[in-house]
Write a protein that binds this ligand. Structure first.
Ligand SMILES: [Zn+2]
Ligand SMILES: [Zn+2]
Length: 209
């Protein structure tokens, strides 16, 4: 997901063709918030990084859980081999920041809420954008910290992996219950592994809020 054309939330999908289809300039991304380091949230980043090294070397800040610099540098290293450190790293104007309980990046105020997800957990973020509060969960079980994340948010982008029993994730049934507990928040559910719902947004849809 991209907010304001400037903030990227996780980077699992093949980012460059997707950004091109929705008219987002990959060079204009100023901040990337990573919730956790599972592959479906990070493995679209290496080609994006290639763009930010060779095509548009503007500065960029990556915010994420503990170990962000080591994890991402290891990902770039495995992606580009010996070319990474010698040729590419010097041209990559990236800053890595371990997410603070509350902070500011690229002019956006944010708060971090630690969510329950598998062994590593996941960082949920509350981001102040255009006078509104956006809550973004990444992956999470439907436990108390998720309610804390979405409380009072104008828009919440929250995972809802599938119907029934979904290990370490949120089910559609839990998602409906969450929405009922926060009636003033506009929810967008993503991370759907199976099933379809009538009225769901299409992939690549641009939404004004
Ligand atoms: Zn995950
Ligand atoms: Zn995931």
């Amino acid at each position: 997901m991209v907010v304001d054309g400037r903030v990227l939330l996780d980077g699992g999908a093949p980012l460059l063709p997707h950004m091109s289809r929705v008219g987002v300039d990959p060079g204009a991304i100023e901040a990337v918030f990573l919730t956790h380091y599972h592959g479906d949230h990070t493995l679209g980043l290496p080609p994006f990084t290639l763009h930010r090294v060779f095509v548009d070397p503007r500065p960029i800040t990556f915010v994420g859980p503990e170990g962000i610099e080591e994890r991402l540098e290891a990902l770039w290293d495995v992606s580009w081999g010996p070319d990474w450190k010698t040729v590419m790293r010097p041209r990559f104007h990236a800053t890595y920041e371990v997410a603070k309980p509350s902070g500011k990046v690229a002019g956006y105020k944010y708060e971090t809420v630690k969510l329950d997800h598998g062994t590593s957990g996941s960082n949920g973020y509350r981001i102040w954008a255009g006078g509104k509060i956006l809550a973004y969960s990444g992956d999470t079980e439907p436990t108390a910290p998720l309610d804390e994340l979405v409380e009072g948010a104008d828009v919440a982008i929250v995972e809802a992996t599938g119907p029934g029993d979904v290990f370490s994730h949120m089910s559609w049934e839990d998602a409906m219950a969450l929405k009922k507990r926060h009636p003033k928040t506009r929810f967008m559910f993503n991370h759907v592994y199976n099933g379809t719902v009538d009225g769901a947004v299409d992939d690549f849809q641009v939404i004004e809020v």
